[in-house]
Design a protein around this ligand. Sequence first.
Ligand code: PMT
Length: 219
Amino acid sequence: ASKKELVGKKILVTAGPTREAIDPVRYITNHSSGKMGYAIAEMAASKGAEVRLVSGPTNLKKPFGVEKIDVDTTNEMYQAVLKSFEWADIVIKSAAVADYRPNFVSKNKIKKEDSDFTIQLTRNPDILKELGKRKKTNKILVGFAAETQNLLYNAKNKIKNKNLDFIVANDLTKEGAGFKSDTNIVSIIDRNGQIENYEKMSKKDLAEIILDKAKDLFI
Ligand code: PMT
């Protein structure tokens, strides 16, 4: 395959965690470093694609040739992703999105008291599910699944619920898979339930596999 095989393709990638404030000094988030999504964005740009990267807070440098849109909260990511959804030929959602946010954000720092403290959480929108609803033909939608149990079962359900073309499932219990590392260990499952299991590999090599698969499906 030629090196610039994604010339003419528009690819939207999400990466990193989202962050939900509790008060001006505290927040709820997860362990995503952004490495998986940035690797995909960088690889896609190096293959000639036009790339928009919607990124939660990370310490990573913007990959060369990529348009980066910074967001904090799930609602901000939702807005940014919807804005670019029509534009994109291929959407790859590797961000680890906070499913809940505090019911309300305190304007001032919450002071500690002797009693326990309870934070009530509200459901955030499921961004990928909304994209799945809006998806027409001629658009490829790729999700990730990060699980600690029943990985393949949960991943297959996500393909259906979110109307995905395929899902990249990482088993968070495996050393060298999932958050923070430069490697990942995944199974890729397509709409027909066909499963391909991959050995541990760099997130860069996995990025190439995901992009090749998405390109092959794109008509
Ligand atoms: O960033 P790294 O440190 O490199 O780690 C990589 C990773 C583990 C974050 C990545 O490989 C990964 O698995 N990302 C998805 C993590 C996740 O949130 O999985 P999930 O099973 O909760 O969500 C399933 C899919 O729905 C994901 O594509 C997610 O982006 C999307 N989603 C989830 C919830 C929500 N409210 N909106 C969404 O769009």
